[in-house]
Design a protein around this ligand. Sequence first.
Ligand code: SF4
Ligand code: MSK
Length: 621
Amino acid sequence: MSEKSVDKATLKMIKKAGDDNVKLAWDRLVAQQPQCGFGQLGVCCRNCNMGPCRIDPFGDGPDTGVCGADADTIVARNLLRAIAAGAAAHSDHGRGIAATLYASARGEARDYPIKDEAKLKAVATEFGIVVEGRSVQEIALELAGAVLEEFGTKKGSLQFINRAPVQRRELWDKLGITPRGIDREVVESMHRTHMGVDNDYTSLILQGLRTALSDGWGGSCIATELSDILFGTPQPVKGVCNLGVLMEDQVNIILHGHEPTLSDIIVFAARDEELLAEARQRGASGINVCGMCCTGNEVLMRHGVPLAGNFLQQELAIVTGAVEAVIVDVQCIMPSLPQIAGCYHTKVISTSPKAKFPGALHVPFDEHNAMEVAKKILRLAVENYSNRRREKVSIPSDRMEYMAGFSVEALLAALGGTLSPLIDALKSGSVKGIAGVVGCNNPKYRQDYSHLTFIRELIKNDILVVATGCAAIACAKDGMLLPGAADEAGEGLKAVCKGLNVPPVLHMGSCVDISRILTVAAAIANALGVDIADLPLVGAAPEWMSEKAVSIGAYVIGSGIFTILGTVPPVLGSKNVAALLTSGADEVIGAKFAVEEDPVAAAELAVKHIAGKRVSLGLKA
Ligand code: SF4
Ligand code: MSK
């Protein structure tokens, strides 16, 4: 890898970290070399204490573990466990939001009034809840109860799957992979992968799809829809991003993790006059709240809060020496942060009982008393401004403007209230297809390079991009979320974007908001009377690293969308599993994975796939 990133701010801060003798993820990756070949292939197992066992990929050593499990079983079990972990993370996030809605409806969370009553009523109606003549509180209480029931439901399937076209739902039924309950699928996956239970790789992978579907059409969808109800449905919003959003003369706060419950309140708490006066007393001109990763995306989508960066920039924000507090909740938070913070004055403040970090300060967040806790945390940050070591401060000047906030509702509004203009553009070929580009950074790959290269190739080929997570942040930093970026698009897409004054890459939110992409895909399929698998769509995770991304990839193909992975998953130790995922799945579920590390070649795959789907639909390639 010639350079670690394409992002100038990142490169500057990597250099500063070296000068400050701070070790980063890239250094730790080097220290890990050579990484375990068995692990890379997915052929090691420690699911019981007869092991750990590993299969010799060259065929010279053991071809089964002590219990007799072969490479197919071990690889498939490991994959299923990764999906279960990813689905659990998204879905537990969803449960947290549902619990907050429940508390709000019961009057026990006064800082969380319902911000989008129209969406509350729409979602409640979807759940068969009567809304006429009832108070917002009554509706919210019944909806929260119904949603919480989805985690262990007796009714045999999840509510939001009904958004999917009937053809898709019938296929899920036929294959026996209709998700039955969110917790149930995760629990069953853990059961099946226990020593001596499910040993058939096809059966394991089908359960993987069912578990992933319980995430995409269950837990993630709940997280998105209920967050919109509680915090407001995103509308197009402008802001600035990259490490240059940090301010030399202000108290800088980074909100990092995934859940909007605390971060949304912090945004408002930071406007508190008393806190601002205290900040001024200490010589700061204000309080600058910035986001990082998906918590950042949540507050960016709803409030245009400045975004400091994506996954590989979390350590670098501290390295600027200008951050008073990194406030974290759950997921994608490197355990290294407190150690790096120790080299500067930064306080790392953990807030979730589920996520504690040795060396961090723990201030438990309580939704029943949200504003009070938020102010307490902010006060710690303000007080810490006095400890800033000026000689250690260096904020890169790099910052970029963006336009984000494309919820399904905002997209519809931009299109004049219906999807018809988008469907017409797809039919005419001015927009050839739609690509959902999502996922993380991974220090094994040059940061943001694959995201940006892949996406540029797609828009050049008139493929509209919808993005979430760290992929969307990569685009924001590079100016791809500005309407002007349409100048880089093909003539058809350019005209559509210019006409609507939208960028060619639409930021749809955080990782759980990939459910918004599913909702749009389903709506287009329903409007055309076809299955999602018939549409000219692709999914891609060019730089993924997390187990959540494994679940996402599985629910995207489970929903019928061809998906390209830019980093190699640990499945190559089983030819059968790899073949099922990259070829056989197409026959079964109407979609498959491709693995392609070169983003230009990956884009070629996407363009070809979309052209093929267009022809099958009777449209011009
Ligand atoms: Fe080894 Fe089988 Fe136990 Fe895995 S489950 S550690 S393969 S004996
Ligand atoms: S934050 S899962 S690094 S996208 Fe959602 Fe970014 Fe990946 Fe975390």
